[in-house]
Design a protein around this ligand. Sequence first.
Ligand SMILES: [Zn+2]
Length: 393
Amino acid sequence: MPSISPELLARLKSLVSRDRLVRDTVDLCSVYSRTGEAGPALDRLAEILTRDGFEVERPAAGHPQAPAVAVRLKSGKPGPTLQFNGHLDTVHLPFVPPQVSGDRITGTGSCDMKGGTAAAVEALRVLRDCGEFTKGSILFTGHDLHEAPWGDGRQLEQLIRLGYCGDAVLIPEYLNGCIPVVGRGLATWRATIRRSGPPVHEVMRPKDQPSVIDAGAELIARLRQYATFLAGKNDPVAGSETVFVGQVHSGEIFNQYPQELWMEGTRRWLPSESRHIVEQEFRGLVKQVADRTKTEIVIDWFPVRDGFQLEPDHAFVRAFQDNYTATTGKSLEFGAKPFCDDCNTFWSLADIPGITHGPNAGGAHTLEEWVSIDDLCRVAHLYAATAIGYCVA
Ligand SMILES: [Zn+2]
């Protein structure tokens, strides 16, 4: 059912404007928008959409410094709502201004994910202008607070709670090698181990005082045991659950008895697990070490995203897959999602199917970001075709 005619596919393609895509991507990338400070970039996005004749809403969604952007394209007839969702915040690195050279746009945010967001905007225009979007609706949303650790996804969570949520969602992040059907949830944690009393020379060490370094070593050993247990919780596609220690710090010089040790790392879990149970289990294990070593251990726990799952037989997934094949002549296999993204939030909070699929792009979270202009055109075409396949066909 979801396949659309070759004539319509060709017409949708002819409506995709490469010039507009370049203009909008460069326009969005010219505004520096570190996570938490994406207000001016969202204002720019709202200007682009308003200039194009769309009615733009600006829900604050708990982050009034950078109100989100929402547009609804309604066919006027009942049918499913397909959402296109993008974040305009970028990681906290120095700003690299946009440049166009050959097939590439470079600069901060070009890959992650202002290019992809511009492609979704272009799909919105194509759907409005094609005259064939005759059932259902499109909800386009853009927001801030995506990139961890500066953001925690709270603005999107609030948008979903406020009803800015479709029946299925497409997210144009820089991933297009497979259709992710499962992904792990993620939290980062920091453990601070303290003893009472000030730092002193080692020979002045009070006899009754525990060693924070010994306690740290014990915690690391305990976490290694825990990691072995977690390795047994395995999904053939997503991999195993993990606990990981990324850094450990204590002490100032070789013969001073330190007062504090801290370490931090990650915990990843499968979608069958809830973030609350995972946190409780971690805290319980740390408490045992604190009790045994007679230290105080404070845990700071930062949930990033819940796990993610996608039902491969859903009509939306079939519409996407069929139109991918129709527009590229290739098929797209199912696979794992290597990172957490906003599809995880849509799945855990709203229980809707989501597909992460964006342009060929690279250098995310570095100073060397780039996106392919040809592929932005492909994504805009695919998004428009999928919308017709899912909502109308
Ligand atoms: Zn991103």
